[in-house]
Design a protein. Structure first.
Length: 401
């Protein structure tokens, strides 16, 4: 039976994480000041489970004591009353064993108070059983029987402090009917009694019961702390799991960002290489027409050095081919609409000579704000005097017709 009770200990306590709450700032005898219903139920489960875990050993010792007591009674010629006492003791043992068996096979304990009451009832009956040795079955002669009776009562009362302390009144239910009636009968009722010795015995019994109550508070505080620590470990495990998942996400994001940075750097280097290597002049300017950057082909085509960019604007270099066209209007419209466009112009070179060219303007939306004007523009320049002459000729032929 001991193995069955021990093996079912965790199963009977149910879910140990049923809504426990951490409450600091209490002493070792006090429960959490704001104990939730789930915490209180789980605490009672554990208190009940702890006392039932010790019950098989207590039952075995009680059975051994019952057999030896009956043999002592029989050997002193008190077999009749001893048999009656034995029958009552066997009934008590059967009742307690039945309670233990049902508790062991109950599964999850949803009503620990019920099992605590049944255990207290069994202890009360056992207390009556051992209290009969000091009252109904007590005889002063022979002396060893009297001593045996008192020692048996004191032994079972004192020895049950630890195993019966987890549940309040479980020890008192055994101690009161076992010790106090015997002490009253031996020291106060009998003619050979002594009230001083009786008072001392009552004080000793009260001290034992009081120590059992202190032990109850200590066990209750210990179980409460264990539950809180379990909750802390559970929360720590959950936080660790969550932190691990967040770290994995962060690592993934970091890897994606690094890849994007590497790809952006590669694309920028490739674009810069194309820009520097192309034979077409490429110019980058801001929304005011101020030149920010251009490639080597633009330097060669227009004759400006790279160091002269700060003093050069497209507005001062460009004039439209068509008389009615306006470069600034075209440039502003292109940046406002954020749509690429092209315009045939004359570009003034550093030596003052104009070059007929076509400018392909592509707005660059730096801010990404659709309601604002594009901040920059990339311009590709093609030197196409032949194309301009051809279009003029086609236009003249069209007008002549």
């Amino acid at each position: 039976m001991t193995d069955n009770v021990t093996a079912g200990f965790a199963r009977r306590t149910g879910n140990s994480q049923q809504d426990p709450r951490n409450n600091n700032g209490r002493d070792r005898h006090d429960a959490p000041p704001k104990m939730s219903a789930g915490f209180a139920l789980e605490l009672k489960r554990r208190q009940t489970a702890e006392i039932y875990q010790a019950m098989p050993t207590s039952m075995a010792l009680s059975l051994l004591g019952t057999v030896l007591t009956f043999l002592m009674l029989y050997s002193t010629g008190d077999g009749g009353r001893g048999t009656a006492w034995l029958a009552f003791a066997v009934g008590v043992l059967v009742f307690r064993a039945t309670v233990i068996w049902h508790y062991t096979n109950e599964g999850v304990i949803n009503d620990p108070d019920k099992w605590a009451r049944l255990l207290i009832l069994g202890n009360f009956l056992a207390g009556i059983q051992w209290g009969l040795l000091g009252t109904w079955l007590y005889v002063a002669d022979p002396i060893f029987r009297a001593l045996f009776s008192l020692i048996a009562i004191m032994g079972f009362v004192g020895g049950s402090v630890v195993p019966y302390s987890p549940v309040r009144f479980a020890h008192a239910a055994l101690a009161f009917p076992a010790a106090f009636p015997a002490a009253i009968y031996v020291f106060f009722v009998r003619a050979d009694g002594n009230w001083i010795a009786g008072s001392i015995s009552m004080l000793m019994m009260g001290s034992i019961i009081y120590m059992a109550e202190l032990q109850y508070e200590i066990i209750r505080a210990r179980l409460s702390s264990e539950m809180e620590n379990e909750q802390h470990r559970l929360e720590a495990a959950e936080n660790t799991t969550s932190l691990g998942a967040d770290l994995q996400k962060l690592e993934h994001r970091t890897m994606v960002v690094k890849r994007a940075q590497v790809e952006a750097k590669r694309r920028a280097e490739t674009l810069a290489c194309h820009m520097e290597s192309t034979l077409l002049p490429v110019i980058e300017c801001d929304q005011r027409g101020q030149i920010i950057e251009w490639n080597a082909a633009a330097e060669r085509a227009f004759g400006y050095r790279h160091s002269e960019l700060a003093e050069t604007t497209l507005n001062s270099m460009v004039s439209p081919v068509e008389p009615n066209a306006s470069w600034t209007t075209f440039f502003d419209t292109t940046l406002n609409l954020k749509q690429p466009g092209a315009l045939d112009v004359f570009v003034r070179t550093n030596d003052g000579g104009p070059i007929a060219a076509r400018l392909y303007v592509t707005p660059i939306d730096i801010d990404g704000d659709t309601g604002k004007k594009a901040g920059r523009a990339a311009i590709i320049v093609t030197n196409i005097p032949t194309e301009i002459s051809q279009r003029r000729a086609e236009k003249s032929v069209s007008n002549g017709n």
